[in-house]
Design a protein. Structure first.
Length: 586
């Protein structure tokens, strides 16, 4: 390996990809045996993975391979054991007749390749990949194989992880993850522990356990996209679901009705809540676990990624003494996080803050939080009536779902309280129509509402591997860029993917469109104008739409064209209110 490191250093020196002082430092680290030259350069972000692999492949005369895009058949893995792959650092890719294609990081390790020829009985065809990528692919490929169940079961036994089962809030209910006594060694418990442990490590927001005819699939939602994580044996399907039901205090005998529950895990020094939902399907129950990690709560409006105007509008509204502020968007768009961040910013020891939620997702010190319990009669409306008798200054309602709740919320906003809540609509202007459809008088909507906003979460491009992409002017214009921007030149980027990100993305940020209810908007609401007309008036007053916010972030290199098109709708050309009025007069 030492001689190969030297060869890599010479190639990089000749091509001028890396400065000499960096190459010298990489060589010294490699000589000490701590890491290889390529690992050092990638870890310190001196080169991009794709560029490094391309240069090395060209000079070494070995074709490169992207292991993230390769699907390896089980028959190919049978040729080489997991232990052999780890020891040699070589991964079998495919087998054609007696020729085995393997991914290698050092194509000149003749002795190792001769040993593989003898052990596999095949002629070898080499493909070049970087060492960290091969190690990652070996782990992913072999441990994801259900035939290697013993490796999965032994992958995690973390004594630091503890679990609180069911709905009790007593600290005495905290037990070690995996149960007590000999049951902690049960294979099913180990698999469930591993699923939870890996989800926390991956910073997933949800865990999906899905039952199909011949397999069970576990997927994690990471940065808004579902990614396959594991395929436990089909024969353990019922046992895994039963274990999760026990943890969430659900009825393990009930398999024909949906159920909801919760449990808590203590890991890495913090408490993490899990909400569990079961759904009967054709081939068994599907289980979804929502991960509510208070450690991931930003609690700072600046960290959410809003445009400056949207942030200023939002701040001006939440600092008002009374009125109603609504954040709208689909499930999982970060509405609750935004509200908590707002409350955290404005809360003071002199004020009485009360929330009513279903469920209470994040526990914040200094805020009185009420958990809805429909079975006992504690609905949003009932809780809100009681809260208003508790002399609140600011009230946060987790979600407005029915006419009774919005009626009380509107009245609270009109009687000196600041009310923050969420609603399910597609954009800010549609929220006005939605409130009126729920039976609220337009005059009351106009008088009580300070600001309506719509929110989406988009994936952030990985800065280490993203690449510029050329987009034709016609498409840029159709997406929503102005002619002036296209003329000046718009630089956009695309996701590539490396071993430090997920499919070219790392994390998410929020898009927010804010519609302050100005005097002009109030008059339009009272006069009964449509959501389209209200939206167009807001755009005339300077509102930055979700699509426009996404386009601006794409220009800055924060996200990709694909994300812009995936998350936001195009701005349709609509007649102005003045134009419509003139047409009606004619």
């Amino acid at each position: 390996m030492v001689s190969f490191n030297r060869r890599i250093v010479r190639i990089l020196e000749e091509t001028g990809m890396v400065e000499m002082d960096v190459l010298t430092a990489a060589s010294q680290v490699a000589k000490q045996g701590e890491t290889s030259v390529t690992e050092y350069l990638l870890e310190k972000e001196h080169v991009k993975e794709g560029e490094l692999l391309g240069v090395l492949a060209e000079h070494l005369g070995v074709p490169p391979i992207d292991l993230d895009k390769v699907k390896i058949q089980d028959e190919t893995l049978d040729v080489m054991s997991h232990e052999t792959a780890k020891e040699t650092g070589c991964l079998p890719i495919c087998r054609t007749g007696n020729v085995l294609t393997i991914a290698v990081s050092n194509p000149f390790d003749v002795v190792r390749h001769d040993d593989l020829r003898l052990s596999t009985g095949c002629d070898l065809r080499l493909a070049l990949a970087l060492e960290p990528k091969i190690e990652e692919a070996i782990t992913r490929t072999y441990t994801g194989d259900t035939g290697n169940l013993s490796e999965i079961l032994d992958a995690v036994d973390d004594p630091e992880m503890k679990i609180r089962e069911g709905h009790s809030d007593e600290e005495d209910d905290v037990v070690e993850l995996g149960g007590e006594g000999n049951d902690g060694d049960a294979p099913v418990i180990k698999i469930v522990n591993l699923i939870i442990y890996n989800a926390i490590k991956s910073k997933a927001s949800d865990i999906h356990i899905e039952a199909f005819e011949k397999r069970v699939l576990v997927r994690y939602r990471i940065d808004g996209a579902l990614e396959p994580a594991m395929e436990p044996p089909k024969k353990l399907q019922k046992a895994i679901i039963s274990r999760l039901k026990i943890m969430a205090s659900l009825d393990i005998a009930e398999r024909r009705k949906p159920q909801d529950g919760k449990f808590q895990v203590k890991a890495e020094g913090r408490q993490i809540d899990f909400r569990v939902s079961t759904l009967p399907c054709v081939h068994g129950e599907k289980v979804v676990l929502r991960i509510l990690d208070g450690g991931n709560l930003a609690l700072s409006l600046e960290k959410l990624g809003f445009e400056e105007k949207a942030l200023n509008d939002f701040r001006e509204a939440i600092n008002s003494p009374y009125g109603m502020i609504l954040v709208t968007g689909p499930t999982g768009s970060g509405k609750t996080t935004t509200l908590y961040s707002a409350v955290k910013e404005i809360m003071t020891p002199e004020d009485n803050f009360v929330t009513v939620e279903d469920p209470v997702e994040y526990q914040v010190d200094g805020i009185n939080q009420v958990q809805v319990n429909v079975k006992s009669g504690l609905t949003f409306a009932a809780a809100l009536r009681s809260i208003l008798r508790q002399d609140p200054d600011t009230v946060m309602i987790g979600e407005i779902r029915d006419p009774e709740t919005i009626d009380i919320a509107i009245k609270a906003a009109l009687t000196g309280h600041l009310v923050l809540s969420t609603l399910h609509t597609n954009d800010a202007a549609s929220t006005i129509s939605r409130m009126i459809d729920m039976g609220v008088d337009p005059f009351m909507v106009a008088s009580a509402t300070l600001l309506v906003s719509a929110q989406r979460l988009v994936r952030r491009l990985c800065k280490r591997c993203c690449e510029p992409v050329e987009v034709k002017a016609e498409k840029l214009l159709s997406m929503g860029y102005t002619e002036a921007e296209v003329k000046e030149g718009v630089t956009l980027y695309r996701a590539v993917g490396c071993n430090r990100c997920s499919a070219g993305y790392a994390g998410r940020f929020a898009l927010l469109e804010t519609l302050p209810v100005t005097e002009a908007i109030k008059r339009m609401i009272i006069d009964g104008h449509s959501a389209i007309e209200i939206r167009h008036k807001a755009l005339e007053e300077g509102m930055i739409s979700l699509r426009r916010a996404a386009l601006l972030n794409a220009m800055r290199g924060n996200t990709s064209v694909e994300e812009v098109l995936r998350v936001t709708l195009a701005e349709n050309v609509r007649p102005t209110f003045a134009g419509r009025q003139a047409a009606e007069e004619e």
